[in-house]
Structure formats: structure tokens, C-alpha cells
Design a binder for this molecule. Structure first.
Ligand SMILES: [Zn+2]
Length: 451
């Protein structure tokens, strides 16, 4: 819970409602972990006489950003120096790089990877993540290691462990148990969260092509006992589709559906190689699809047909797949990729803003059981303040244009999550950033040698 009430006054406030409303010179009041009021600065201040005041004059105040699919375990891979064979396709990228990394991670690596990753998230104004963790040799307790680092930093996160059959039955069973153990430690309500509402859980699954039928059945049984959804990579590459057809005679979404993997609390990351029938299943089951354009371009696996899926009623959000800590960067690429892909310059602009700003709100609100990602009374007090002084009017309706062409992560100065100021004027108030980075670098060097 937050401490004393806070009133942020003087800035331009972007509410991130459906109209992309921007209020000039307004104030936002925070009580506990909740936004209590937004409106005229004098009125809001008068209602909270003893509040701590944050002066946001000349700044932009907006909700914290949400990342719908990421992997904090990849944070220590930046600039990796190791004997890695060149990869000709997606399967080789996994075998040569990511599966070697996730087998080399110790619990200390996991903790520092999450701690270092959290610094970058906060610096870039991201306050909520939906994370998919893998450390296939050190499984027991790994989600606690991630959650402790995120709790220290003050970030809101839904966590899961990546269950797979690729490392044998012992690792598979340990992965299932880790998901269950972590989720059972949370409070069992309409959704499972920690007491402070900042942590949530899903059951993590790698991808159809590394999961046997029996494992899918067990994982869905666990998720349904816990009342949580699954978080799985779906049709990221054609190799996943080919494997699914070989195993089951069906495409990936069609294979997963009868097991009960899909549903409104399930995150299906990527969904690039899906046909019309699969898109209809994703829409009918209310499954969340997380689009990760930078990672997809980096892996050369293709591009999800987002405009089409949105037209067909699929709830699509935006994630980074661990490629970047900046949702601002991801939004810019989400704007560009659909224009490039479709050859139509009318496409993209609104798609990026809708996915990242509005749909990610819906997704996070669903998983955490409260309004997250907007500035409105009753919503979670996740607020960022940016030093943004645009040369053109910023007004109701044109926020997407400023987002794509103006805003960047380095403008973020102050970050509040659940009513707690976690970064003030670019200084962390929760963790010792200067202490974390050298330790992370030392561990990264050691980890690279073990890969
Ligand atoms: Zn991923």
C-alpha cells in the first residue's frame, strides 16, 4: 500500500481513456494504492490538504505502461560474448542461444537478472509486466527469486514458469510444481494476487512444439485448480505449426483448444502463423494475444496480422518478448511494421496506440482484478511523469501522434506504482541501482562462461 496521499499537480495529464483525453494543468490525487481524483488542480488539492505534492508543471503525467509479454531472465544476455553458432532459423536460435542460457541460470543469476531488468523497466516508465520465466536446471524457488527482485523494485507483475518436455520429465514436473507453488502463495480470490495486489500468477507453457499431450492436460488441470490462465508461445514460427500438424493433424491453436489452454485469462504470445479458423477460435475463447514486433523481426519469423485479428474481435496487446525494456520503442515499431507489411500507409498508427495503451489496460485489469493503466478515480495508482515539452499542441485526441513521433523512455523522470514512488527525478527510491549494476555485470560474465 502507498504511504501518505500524493497530489501531482500542474502538468498535462493524459488519462488514456477511449478518447485519449488530455487535461491541461490538472491534478491527480493518490490515496493508498489507488487514484482518488483527477481534475482541476485547486479542487483536487483542496480535498487533500495534508498530501505530499509533486510539482509536474510543464511535464506530462500519464499512466505507467504495461508489457503484455516479456522474459526478465534474458536481461543478462545483453552483449553476450560466447561461442554461439550462427542460427539459420528460429529453432536454431532457441537451441544455440536461449535454451543454453536458460539451462545455465542459477537462482542468483535469476534474481540479479530480474533486479537489473526491473531498473530498465522503471527507467522506461513500465509499471506492470506479464513475465514468462525459464531457468530449466534451477527451477524450484525461481519464481520467488524473480518476485523478490520485482517486489524490491516495486513493480507489478504476473509471473509464471515455462513448463516444457524438452528437458525431460524431471524438469517438466518441477516446472509444473513451481507454477503451482508460487500461485498457491498468493491470495485466492476472484484473481490470485499478493496481499498488496502487485503480484499475480499464470501457468507458463513453452510452446506446442515442446509439449506432449499429457503435459498440456496436467498444466491446464493445475491452472484450472488455481483459477489462473496459461501463458504460452503460439505459432511464433512455422516450425511450431509443422510440429503440431505432425503430432495431431491440427494447426497450433486447434491443437491447444481442446485441452482448455485458451480462454480470457490466457496469454498467447505471437500468433503469427494462424489461419482464419484459428483466429476465430482465439476470438471465441476470449484469449489474449500478445504481439511482439521487434522480437519477431529480430528472429525473422514473420509478422502477426494484427489489423485482421483486431477486426475479427481478438483482444491483442503489445509485449516486448524481452527484446527491449522500452514500450515506447515497441510502439514505434508496431506502428511501422504494419505499414511496411501491408504496403498501406493508412495502417498502423492507431493500431500501435490501441494495442499498447488501451488493450494492455484491459489485459492487465483482467489479470489483476482491478483497473490498471488509466488515470481515473478507482484505478490503480500507477503513474509516470515525463519531461516532455512538445513543439506542437498535445491535446485530446492526438496522443497517439505524440507517442509515435515524440515520447521516449529517457523522458521518464518519476514513477509511481501502487501509490509508492519508486523513482523520483530519475533516482530510485526503492533499490540501490548503483549497487545492482556492477553485481549484474559480474554475474553476467560468469554466466556467459558457463553457457
Ligand atoms: Zn516470449
Amino acid at each position: 500500500m502507498g504511504a501518505a496521499p500524493i497530489v501531482i499537480r500542474g502538468g498535462r495529464v493524459s488519462l488514456l481513456d477511449d478518447d485519449f483525453t488530455v487535461l491541461d494543468g490538472a491534478a491527480v490525487a493518490i490515496v493508498g494504492d489507488t487514484i482518488d481524483a483527477v481534475g482541476s488542480a485547486d479542487e483536487v488539492a483542496a480535498r487533500h490538504p495534508g498530501a505530499e505534492t509533486i510539482d509536474a508543471s510543464g511535464k506530462l503525467v500519464m499512466p505507467g505502461l504495461i508489457n503484455a509479454h516479456t522474459h526478465l531472465y534474458s536481461a543478462l544476455a545483453r552483449g553476450l560474448v560466447a561461442d554461439i553458432e550462427p542460427s539459420a532459423n528460429f529453432t536454431e536460435i532457441l537451441e544455440h542461444l536461449w535454451w543454453r542460457l536458460d539451462r545455465a541460470l542459477t537462482l542468483d543469476d535469476v534474481r540479479l537478472s530480474a533486479a537489473a531488468g526491473a531498473l530498465d523497466l522503471v527507467r522506461n516508465g513500465t509499471t506492470t509486466i506479464i513475465d514468462h520465466h525459464a531457468s530449466q536446471v534451477h527451477i524450484d524457488g525461481s519464481l520467488t527469486a524473480v518476485s523478490e527482485a520485482l517486489t524490491d523494485a516495486g513493480i507489478r507483475a504476473n509471473l509464471c514458469f515455462e513448463v516444457t518436455d524438452r528437458d525431460g520429465s524431471e524438469a517438466r514436473d518441477a516446472g509444473l510444481s513451481e507454477n503451482e507453488r508460487f500461485a498457491r502463495g498468493l491470495v485466492d480470490g476472484e484473481v490470485r494476487t499478493s496481499d498488496d495486489g502487485l503480484l499475480g500468477a499464470s501457468v507458463g507453457l513453452h510452446a506446442s512444439f515442446t509439449l506432449d499431450d499429457a503435459t498440456l492436460e496436467r498444466a491446464v488441470g493445475t491452472a484450472s485448480d488455481l483459477g489462473v490462465g496459461c501463458h504460452i508461445h503460439v505459432a511464433e514460427d512455422t516450425a511450431d505449426v509443422d510440429d503440431s500438424i505432425r503430432r495431431s493433424g491440427k494447426r497450433v491453436v486447434e491443437r491447444l483448444e481442446p485441452f482448455g489452454v485458451l480462454g480470457p485469462k490466457t496469454i498467447a504470445a505471437h500468433c503469427i502463423h494462424v489461419d482464419d479458423r484459428e483466429v476465430a477460435i482465439l476470438a471465441e475463447t476470449g484469449t489474449v494475444v500478445a504481439h511482439n514486433p521487434q522480437s519477431n523481426m529480430n528472429n525473422a519469423v514473420g509478422c502477426a496480422n494484427v489489423p485482421h485479428m483486431l477486426d475479427r474481435g481478438v483482444l491483442m496487446g503489445l509485449g516486448t518478448d524481452g527484446f527491449t525494456a522500452s514500450m515506447f520503442d515497441e510502439m514505434k515499431v508496431a506502428n511501422l511494421i504494419h505499414r511496411h507489411q501491408s504496403g498501406d500507409p493508412r495502417v498502423g498508427h492507431d493500431v500501435a496506440a490501441r494495442l499498447c495503451l488501451l488493450n494492455n489496460q484491459t489485459i492487465a485489469s483482467r489479470l489483476f482484478g482491478r483497473r490498471i493503466g488509466c488515470i481515473a478515480p478507482g484505478a490503480a495508482a500507477d503513474v509516470v511523469i515525463l519531461d516532455y515539452d512538445p513543439p506542437t499542441p498535445l491535446q485530446t485526441g492526438n496522443f497517439a501522434g505524440h507517442l509515435i513521433f515524440g515520447l521516449t523512455g529517457w523522458m521518464v523522470e518519476t514513477v509511481i506504482v501502487g501509490g509508492r514512488v519508486v523513482m523520483a527525478d530519475r533516482k530510485f527510491t526503492t533499490v540501490d541501482a548503483e549497487g545492482i549494476q556492477p553485481r549484474a555485470r559480474e554475474r553476467a560474465r560468469d554466466l556467459w562462461e558457463r553457457m
